[in-house]
Write a protein that binds this ligand. Structure first.
Ligand code: ADP
Length: 225
């Protein structure tokens, strides 16, 4: 589904954020990208979403060279990808229901679909009783679960979770991981970044470790599929 072919990214003047990185991610995989701060994790995610161009090498989403897409095709690609961030990025003046409904409206979905799908997706993340709560009325773990519900509501092929447990205590982090595993079991490919070894242990699937912009290890033996 995702193929990096000797991708390098050099920021001026001479920061090598990615150094000839190659790997393949198959549909349905759950891959954790691990590495210290500054290792190149965020840069790698940006390459997939065409938010930044490689200095050399190519990134393929299925058979499409992401960086050959024009400005009309890039939004279409991004609609196939859901994103979750460390800081949740919910709209503070909208309830859980409205945050998710808004993502559906933007994608052009109709009112009947919204009424049907929003309670269902909040059930999937275990928040069927929190529809009308605002973000400030929810715990960190609950906020992240709303953000995950929003990220999957338009049925993306790929879910990118950038340090999704970074602001959570261990119990909430475990819940969020369990939900991501459930979503992966339902067929969505997931790429997650973390620098937390406990998170990798709990996911227990493939781990790509990057250090100074290079792949240090690609441990497929964690892969239980
Ligand atoms: P991580 O997400 O693993 O913390 P990043 O991908 O953010 O790492 O950064 C990798 C390296 O690239 C770091 O040395 C960082 O300082 C550098 N870098 C990232 N973005 C930029 C940018 N826009 N301009 C210059 N240097 C950058």
């Amino acid at each position: 589904m995702i193929y990096f072919d000797k991708v390098s990214k050099i920021y001026n003047p001479e920061t090598v954020a990615l150094d000839k990185v190659s790997f393949t991610i198959e549909p349905g995989e759950f891959v954790s990208i691990v590495g210290h701060s500054g290792a190149g994790k965020t840069t790698l995610l940006k390459m997939i979403l065409a938010e930044d161009k490689p200095s050399s090498g190519k990134v393929f989403f299925e058979s499409v060279d992401v960086h050959s897409l024009n400005r009309f095709a890039i939004p279409k690609l991004r609609r196939r990808v859901g994103s979750v961030f460390q800081d949740f990025r919910l709209l503070p003046n909208k309830t859980a229901y409205e945050n998710i409904a808004f993502a559906m409206e933007v994608a052009g979905r109709n009112e009947a679909d919204i009424k049907n799908d929003v309670p269902h997706v909040l059930d999937i993340v275990g928040l069927g009783d929190r529809l009308w709560h605002f973000p400030h009325e929810l715990s960190g773990g609950e906020r992240q679960r709303v953000a995950i519900a929003r990220a999957i509501i338009n049925q993306p092929d790929l879910l990118i979770a950038d340090e999704p447990t970074g602001s959570l205590d261990p119990d909430n982090a475990t819940e969020v991981i369990e939900i991501l595993k459930k979503i992966n079991d339902l067929g969505t490919t997931i790429i997650l970044t973390t620098h937390n070894p406990d998170v990798i242990e709990k996911i227990a699937k493939r781990v790509i470790e990057i250090e100074n912009g290079r792949i240090k290890s690609d441990d497929k033996k964690h892969k239980i599929q």
